[in-house]
Design a protein around this ligand. Structure first.
Ligand code: MF3
Ligand code: CO
Length: 253
């Protein structure tokens, strides 16, 4: 069942979304050579708590941190630890915050110092594929119109989309119906209605789409060792343009 949010519930989701986006911006600004991934986690935890919110990911299915930090060939769900970020790394951060009974969820990939042009292109295409997708996040479109647009844009740029992990509905639970794949044919799945809230999150590999699950039970890497990028926002379907709920003052990314 896909829940439709009332205008009051949407207000609460805007509040959760703003805090989540600010946490992403904080993490983004910490991506620098010499910083450890657990320093980012600690800062995000403290920020979310300081806002009166709770980190959505902490203890979710046993996940041990407030943020996922996935470096280079790590696609998603990297666990923060002693790893020291190096010049040339690309760093994906994924964060969720819960307040007033609702979750926000967003992610982005950022360069650590100077990175290769190809790595910058991967980051940019991943972000752009999100915006291609949400051109169809409109009342009357079908869910898979978003999926198809993301896949088409990514593949036209020579990259590939991960199949095993998908976007999702979001609200009182971090993961709600429907699943939002980043691949598929247009014209399928539920029709989008105002009041639906979905997390659209392309996970894009520079090489093949194949993944490898790490023995820590969380980290997902590219099978071929090439880089991956991720970009996610919580999106509200409206009567017109989609509204991005995970926006911080002055910053979309
Ligand atoms: N942001 C992820 C998602 O969209 C959730 C991370 S999994 C967790 O599904 F366990 F770390 F929370
Ligand atoms: Co998500």
């Amino acid at each position: 069942m896909i829940t439709l949010k009332s205008s009051h519930e949407i207000e609460l989701m805007r509040r959760a979304g703003k805090i989540t986006a600010a946490a992403r911006a904080l993490a983004r600004d910490m991506v620098k050579p010499g910083v450890t991934t657990q320093q980012i986690d600690k800062a995000v935890f403290q920020f979310i708590k300081s806002q009166g919110a709770t980190p959505s990911f902490l203890h979710y299915n046993g996940y041990p941190a407030s943020v996922c930090v996935s470096v280079n060939d790590e696609i998603i769900h990297g666990i923060p630890g002693k790893r020291v970020l190096q010049e040339g790394d690309i760093v994906s951060v994924d964060v969720g915050a819960y307040i007033g009974g609702f979750h926000g969820d967003c992610a982005g990939t950022y360069p650590c110092g100077r990175v290769s042009e190809e790595a910058m292109r991967l980051i940019r295409v991943t972000q752009e594929s999100f915006f291609e997708g949400i051109r169809y996040a409109r009342e009357g479109c079908r869910l898979s119109d978003i999926s198809a647009a993301v896949q088409k844009y990514v593949e036209a740029n020579g990259f590939s989309v991960v199949r095993e992990y998908v976007g999702h509905g979001i609200g009182r639970n971090m993961h709600e119906s429907p699943e939002v794949p980043n691949y598929g044919k247009p014209g399928h799945g539920p029709r989008l209605l105002r009041g639906m809230t979905i997390a659209v999150e392309p996970m894009v590999n520079a090489g093949s789409a194949a993944i490898r699950q790490m023995p820590d039970g969380w980290t997902v890497k590219t099978a071929d060792g090439k880089y991956a990028a991720h970009y996610e926002n919580t999106v509200l379907i409206t009567a017109g343009e989609p509204e991005l709920l995970t926006v911080a003052e002055g910053s979309l990314v």
